[in-house]
Design a protein around this ligand. Sequence first.
Ligand SMILES: [Ca+2]
Ligand SMILES: [Ca+2]
Ligand SMILES: [Ca+2]
Ligand SMILES: [Ca+2]
Length: 403
Amino acid sequence: MAGYTFSRDFPTANPVQPASGGPPDAFVSELAATGSVLVYSTYFGGSDDDRANGIAVDQAGNAYVVGTTYSPDLPGPVKPFQSIGGGSDAFVAKLGNVVTPQTPRAVPGDFTGNGHANYAIWRPSIGQFTVLGLTQQSLGASGDVPVPRDYDRDGKADFATWRPSTGIWSIIPTTNPSSPRRVPFGGPGDIPVPADYDGDGQADIAVWRPSTGQWFIMPSGSPGTSTQTFWGGAGDIPVPGDYDGDGHADLAVWRPSSGTWFIIPSSNPSIFTARQWGSPSDIPVPADYDGDGKTDLAVWRPSTGQWFIIPSSRPGTFITVQLGALGDIPIPADYDGDGKTDLAVWTPATGRFTILQSSKNNTPLQPAPVLGVLGDLPVTQLPTAILVRGLQPSGNFDGDRKE
Ligand SMILES: [Ca+2]
Ligand SMILES: [Ca+2]
Ligand SMILES: [Ca+2]
Ligand SMILES: [Ca+2]
């Protein structure tokens, strides 16, 4: 939306112009789909009277604003068609990448694009993905990390692995499977943290470096300009997710020693949030369990199989559910396709996926799907904590905390 304001304390978010140029000023703002989050908001005005009368948005997220101005010092300008003509002039301004395009978003672990997560495993010994009832794909080798995500924005997860020794990402795009991508990014000691940080609906290649706490992100929207941000440090577990529901993944870490979540909301990066939730031996399993578009804080306790969830739609309450046992691997995803993440575990000894269907009041799916054997990894969307454990020198993926 666009308009004008006399306020000097108008709320801004990711602004191109953070302060009033002199009231009134035009403004350009975008609310998230939930209506409760300001995704973008900026002043646009010089020292005199500036007012926006209309706005249009293109598919790339650029905003075109028209209005009137008395100011001789309108911000910018880049290539003005005409400088100030005196009195009230019309202006046309293009603001780049200010609006989040509405993009289709793949359901994590959905390899077919039908809105349901699939049952999928990766077998390190032979480097092979298997999606139950669908397909097999050779990719990677023992020591690699499986990182399937939707890297080409067609709503389907792509088979992908990351090799710690070389930092090479190998991706088989569903839109062009005969041309695998090989991208060097990161290296030994790093943890792969692919997520959609720039909010274009496409997973971004990214790693987090525990030794320095640096996040290295290659935005899919501008792959040539990778970003670096310090957040978290040694001993933390990276838990990126869309906690504020603006369509961009937020930088976040969970600190096992205190069970504290530290999150930088992408909609308001200057104010981080810290919240204690979980105990040192828990596994963080953040996901959108209540289906409101925001990632919920959640942990799974291996010793008891309990899930502890703070639903973002009702943060004053919490949910406890028992599912799974020591040795299981938590693999929450939206298997029943109702928009809510379902609690789920995979049992290495039996290859059984045990799913509580959110659409059926958490009734277990019967019969339970079975896929894979001991030594395999469920990859629907593996919690980062499991990857972190497997990347440690004593590499142990099977979740029982024993060699
Ligand atoms: Ca894809
Ligand atoms: Ca992206
Ligand atoms: Ca939620
Ligand atoms: Ca569900």
